[in-house]
Every structure is written in C-alpha cells, then in structure tokens.
Design a binder for this molecule. Structure first.
Ligand SMILES: [Ca+2]
Ligand SMILES: [Ca+2]
Length: 320
C-alpha cells in the first residue's frame, strides 16, 4: 500500500490544481521521480509526502493567483495565501512513540497547509528517527528532542525557523544534527545538554541568531563548535560548561554580541579561546573558571580582546 503513495500524491495534486498536468510531472512536483512514481517501493513511499518548498518551485512559470510565492501548478490551494503545501498548520505536537512520528507527515496527504506546527515535543527511547518530521517548515513554539535514541537528526531539512526554544537534551546516541541545516533563526534559547555521543554541531551551519541563551553543557564527545560559524548574536547568556573533549571555540569567530553572562567553565580539554576574540559586547559579566588546559595568558588575552564587558569579571583556576 505504501508503495503507491507517490501515485496517490500525484492524483491529489491533479485534483486540487486548476491546471491538469501529466502524471509524471505531477509526481515530480510531489517530490517523486517519474520512475519512483511508476515503480512504487519503499523509497518512493519515503519521498512521497515531502512538501514542495519555495526553492523547489522557483522555476515554475504559471500564475500565482494568491501571491504566496507558490505558482498555480505547485500550490495545493492557489486561492489561499496561507496554504501552499501538503502539511500541518500550527498544531501542537507531542510524541513519545515512533509510530506517531512516522505517521505525522503522511497524515496530511489530503490537507493543504503551511508546514507550521506549534509546540513540538519528542521524547523517549522508543523514538529512534525523525523522518516523519520532514514536512515541518516552521515551529512557532518550542522544539524539544530529549531522552530519545535518535542517532541522526537528518530529516528536518525543511525546517527554516523556530520561534521558541530549541532543546536537545540527553539523547545518548545522537551524533549528527544535519537536519537543522536550513535553520537560520531561533527566537528563544538553544540548549545542547548531555548529548554524550555528539562530536560536532555542524548541522547549525546556517544559524545566524539565537534570541535567548545558548547553553552547551556536558556534551562529553563534542570536540568543536565549528558548526556555529554563522552565528553573530546570542540574546541571553552563553554558557559552555563541562564539555570534556572540546578543544577550541573557533566556530564562534563571527559572534559579535552576548546579551547576558559569558561563562566558560570546567572544559577540561579547552586550550584555545581565540574564537571569541571578535566579541564586541558582553552584557552581564564574564566567568572563566576551571578550564585546566587553558593558559591564564590566553584568558587574559581574551578579556582584553572583548571591547565591552558590562558586569563583573571572574577568572580563576585555569591552567595546570
Ligand atoms: Ca499561489
Ligand atoms: Ca496558496
């Protein structure tokens, strides 16, 4: 039954569109190759309900009657500017089972929406992958993924924006975050805590702004933060604590402002903080403490490099 999803989506496109297109083209618009649509199979089913995003429809030349950026032949409702792809429209989502995750996007096969969810909360070791989330473009509330057995977050590539917090916590097997590669802005805080297998944060390569605080705490395998190279501002505090494999902060080289407290503490392998030399302002003091391999000279150089630190400066117990 799943093997026919591409063909089913092709039919849905045809039914809702005012322009009837050949089945093969409809299948392509629905995210399937014509071959996949004809052959069916697991791969075809997997791709079938991927949403059509603006980048996917840039080459379409038909009219855009509702002026939502989705031309008529790629808009599931060209009379409603708030509906343009097969997906959710603002629902809060709480999942603790894999079957619920898997069924989510597929459940919108006949529902024209805008790809948004409200709060999105995924928890529990029963959840091992998040491919069912690939139709989500935007989270208007908080996005929380915690205590799962997810290894790769690699199917959130449609996600462009989270208005609330992003909280990734105690996912013991989590190793990659590539699914966040389209995410440019987090309105609330970003917490990456106690993800013991996470070695990098490369998935956040497009992230330019964190509105709240940024908290990196007890990620024991994290060796670098190079994935944060696009980040220029953190609205709240910046805490980097007890990441025992973290060698340097080079990935924060473009960071200009920290609205709250800057706290670097007990990162046992941290040897180089030159990545923070570009900081122009720290809004609520600074603590650099207990980083046993960070030389006092390098700490002093960092404090001198930051143009403005508003608040108390505490530096102690660094170096051997
Ligand atoms: Ca349209
Ligand atoms: Ca529309």
């Amino acid at each position: 039954m799943l093997g026919n999803v591409c063909c089913q989506k092709a039919k849905l496109w045809g039914r809702h569109s005012t322009v009837l297109l050949p089945l093969g083209l409809l299948a392509v618009l629905a995210g399937c190759s014509p071959e996949m649509a004809e052959s069916g199979g697991v791969e075809a089913a997997y791709e079938a309900d991927a949403p059509v995003l603006p980048s996917d429809v840039a080459d379409h030349t038909s009219l855009d009657a509702d002026n939502d950026g989705f031309p008529q032949d790629a808009d599931c409702d060209d009379a409603d500017p708030h509906a343009y792809l097969w997906g959710p429209s603002g629902q809060d989502v709480t999942w603790t089972s894999q079957s619920d995750v898997d069924a989510f996007c597929a459940s919108f096969a006949d529902s024209c929406g805008d790809g948004t969810v409200g709060r999105l909360d995924v928890s529990g070791v029963a959840i091992s992958h998040l491919s069912g989330l690939r139709c989500v473009r935007e989270v208007r509330g908080a996005l929380s993924i915690r205590d799962t057995s997810v290894v790769h977050i690699d199917r959130l590539s449609a996600l462009q924006r989270v208005d609330g917090h992003v909280d990734l916590r105690r996912n013991a097997q989590l190793t990659t975050l590539e699914g966040f590669s389209s995410l440019t802005s987090i309105g609330g805080h970003l917490s990456l805590d106690e993800n013991s297998a996470l070695t990098n944060v490369d998935g956040f390569s497009s992230l330019a702004r964190v509105g709240g605080y940024l908290h990196l705490d007890e990620n024991g395998a994290l060796t670098n933060v190079d994935g944060l190279a696009s980040l220029t501002s953190v609205g709240g505090f910046l805490h980097v604590d007890e990441n025992n494999a973290l060698m340097n902060l080079d990935g924060l080289a473009d960071l200009v402002s920290v609205g709250g407290h800057l706290h670097l503490a007990y990162n046992r392998s941290l040897r180089d903080v030159a990545g923070l030399h570009g900081l122009v302002s720290v809004g609520d003091g600074l603590t650099i403490q207990g980083n046993s391999n960070l030389s006092p000279e390098d700490v002093e150089t960092l404090v001198d490099a930051i143009e403005a630190i508003d608040g108390a400066i505490t530096v102690q117990d660094n170096g051997n």
